[in-house]
Design a protein around this ligand. Structure first.
Ligand code: NDP
Length: 334
């Protein structure tokens, strides 16, 4: 990572460096750390927030000149932590590099089951899947028959939220950035409806078309104009889960929201959340979603690029909608 930015990220904000690991592939004695070989790395929109020199965020900024940090699936090569042995596969925070020296955190876990692809632990069975699960079940208070709008619906979180809502008996509409994505939502993932938000000159009119009776739940991944239009179309006692604001990350002058008064007239509950506050529910999520997947009740979409040298392009692509489903980087095989 080269340095802090205020504009949208570019590939040139990151550079690939080649170097030697001093002391060989060893976890230093007494460090309590373990040395891992990184297999898969995750591209997540929240990482853009770490490219800003902000001390007020819930997570510290990246250190210029140092490898980018993010979720990954890795194989332990050497360990100074008695809980981890060489050969163990772990998912958690690691570096965007071939080998990393890492430590236990509350989001690090050993992968015991090997009957789902390892990369799925970065999406379906990892942080984005968990975000979809807690965001929908804990924040949206869903009921059978509710009408649900999901934005960035073909992305890592969105495509899972929509399917969880369908499993709950809801009517689900997704917004996405291309007709190819809309086609996948309707014909592969079982969304009732989907539309290309970029082709709608009037988002309010579009929502009225898909929700003639109004929206009970809006799962917001984007903020900005879509949030404003959703506020106009919420039903009385509607719920808005504020998961992310990917449209606002690089705006120096974030778009104003004009329709907040609807929160009063319609008694809307709008709640932001962070998945990391709900980690006590992770085992429940993991078992439930694994079961859904194995029963064929959830379809998972992953977008893989091969090679660390393509990581920066994959990351930047999140902000132009290049990814379809969860964006991962395949760095190496175990
Ligand atoms: P995605 O896989 O959905 O990738 C981002 C997608 O956002 C793109 O594919 C693009 O799809 C869409 N997008 C990009 N720019 C814009 C824009 N200007 N306006 C509208 N849509 C845009 O990412 P995730 O599923 O991983 O994350 C989704 C959201 O959830 C993010 O806001 C993220 O920060 C948030 N998040 C929050 C968590 C929490 O704990 N609260 C945890 C994890 C994620 P398209 O082609 O449809 O435009």
């Amino acid at each position: 990572f080269k340095g802090f930015i205020e504009r949208a990220p570019r590939e040139t904000d990151m550079e690939l460096k080649v170097g030697r690991i001093s002391g060989g592939l060893k976890a230093p004695a007494g460090s309590g750390a373990f040395l891992v070989k990184n297999l898969y790395l995750s591209c997540d929109p929240y990482m853009r927030g770490r490219m800003r020199d902000s001390r007020t965020s819930y997570i510290p900024p990246f250190v210029p000149g140092q490898p980018i940090e993010g979720f990954g699936v890795s194989k332990v090569i050497d360990s100074d932590d008695p809980d981890f042995k060489p050969g163990d596969i772990v998912a958690g925070f690691t570096g965007w590099e071939e080998y990393s020296l890492i430590r236990k955190t509350n989001q690090l876990r050993k992968i015991e089951q090997h009957d789902v692809p390892l990369s799925y632990h970065l999406g379906l069975l990892g942080m984005p899947g968990f975000t979809a699960y807690v965001g929908f079940h804990e924040i949206c208070s869903p009921k059978k028959g509710d009408t649900v709008l999901v934005s960035a619906a073909s992305g890592a979180v969105g495509h899972l939220v929509g399917q969880l809502a369908k499993l709950h008996g809801c009517y689900v509409v997704g917004s996405a950035g291309s007709s190819q994505k809309v086609d996948l939502l309707k014909n592969k993932l079982g969304f009732d409806e989907a539309f290309v938000y970029k082709e709608e000159p009037d988002l309010d009119a579009a929502l009225k078309r898909y929700f003639p009776q109004g929206i009970d739940i809006y799962f917001d991944n984007v903020g900005g104009d879509m949030l404003d239009a959703a506020l106009l179309n919420m039903r009385v006692s509607g719920r808005i889960a504020v998961c992310g604001m990917v449209s606002q990350h690089s705006q120096t002058d974030p778009q104003g929201i004009h329709n907040l008064f609807n929160m009063i007239t319609k008694r809307i509950r709008m709640q932001g959340f962070l998945q990391s506050d709900y980690l006590h529910l992770f085992p429940l999520f993991f078992n439930q979603v694994t079961e859904y997947y194995k029963q064929g009740k959830i379809t998972y979409m992953e977008d893989t690029v091969r090679g660390l040298e393509h990581a920066s392009a994959a990351f930047v692509g999140l902000f132009s909608g290049r990814n379809v489903g969860k964006q991962v980087i395949h760095v190496a095989s175990p």
